[in-house]
Design a protein around this ligand. Structure first.
Ligand code: B16
Ligand code: MG
Length: 217
């Protein structure tokens, strides 16, 4: 039986991906660079600085490293304005019930997010108390698909990666979970990622899947 459940944040527990889109779009419009929602979907799980490179593409060489850091900070300023509006109402009762259900069943819970804003989002939504550990963009040097963030989450839980399962909405995150030796559960945009061990139509299907997984170990 798995002992630890590691949750991605943006796109799994909260839906901040639209805020990322609006913030990147504001920056891209100012720079006169094309950016749309389908391009935003490619940035799921990718760090802020790596996302900027993907948005700038060949225009990346127009900017120095210091200028690019400033552009990423500018985007983060726009994004933080949206995050300020978040409240506990941005997390469904269903998500809270599932986290409580897992706890009651003896699982240790962690967040594994590429976002440096994860602590702020967890605090705004009052989700922090549900988790035994949080590994986020502030603790890592390589973002998904590198397994670093999930390996840190397992380490913070005091568990072997092999005893952990990861719930992810990004293909990069599914690849990260597998590279780390964990069971990978895909939902949302990650559905169809052939590296995933299991697929969920929505998070509400997680208890049924866990029950099934428990019987197969
Ligand atoms: P920040 P996750 C990721 O969060 C987002 O999916 C991705 O779009 C974002 O660029 C990344 O965090 C970094 O976020 O700019 O707040 O540090 O899906 O890994 O929870
Ligand atoms: Mg995500």
């Amino acid at each position: 039986m798995k002992k630890g459940m590691i949750f991605d944040l943006d796109g799994v527990l909260v839906f901040t991906d639209h805020f990322h889109y609006l913030a990147w779009k504001k920056l891209a419009d100012r720079l006169n660079i094309e950016f749309n929602e389908s391009m935003n979907n490619q940035l799921r799980g990718i760090s802020r600085q790596d996302s900027l490179e993907l948005i700038l593409k060949e225009r990346s060489t127009d900017y120095s490293e210091a200028e690019k850091r400033k552009l990423a900070e500018e985007k983060n300023g726009y994004y933080r304005e949206f995050l300020q509006q978040m409240s506990p109402l941005d997390v469904s009762d269903e998500v809270r019930n599932i986290l409580r259900w897992l706890k009651g069943r003896g699982y240790q819970l962690a967040v594994g997010s590429s976002s440096k804003n994860a602590p702020f989002i967890l605090q705004r939504t009052q989700l922090s108390g549900y988790f035994d550990a949080v590994a986020d963009g502030n603790h890592i040097t390589r973002s998904k698909p590198d397994p670093e963030v999930f390996l840190k989450a397992a380490e913070y839980l005091g568990l072997s990666p092999f005893d952990c399962a990861v719930v992810e909405d990004a293909r990069a995150g599914i690849q990260a979970a597998k590279a780390g030796g964990m069971t990978a559960i895909a939902m949302g945009d990650a559905v169809g990622a052939n590296e995933a061990d299991y697929t969920l139509d929505s998070l509400s299907d997680l208890p049924a899947l866990i029950t099934k997984m428990e019987h197969s170990f």
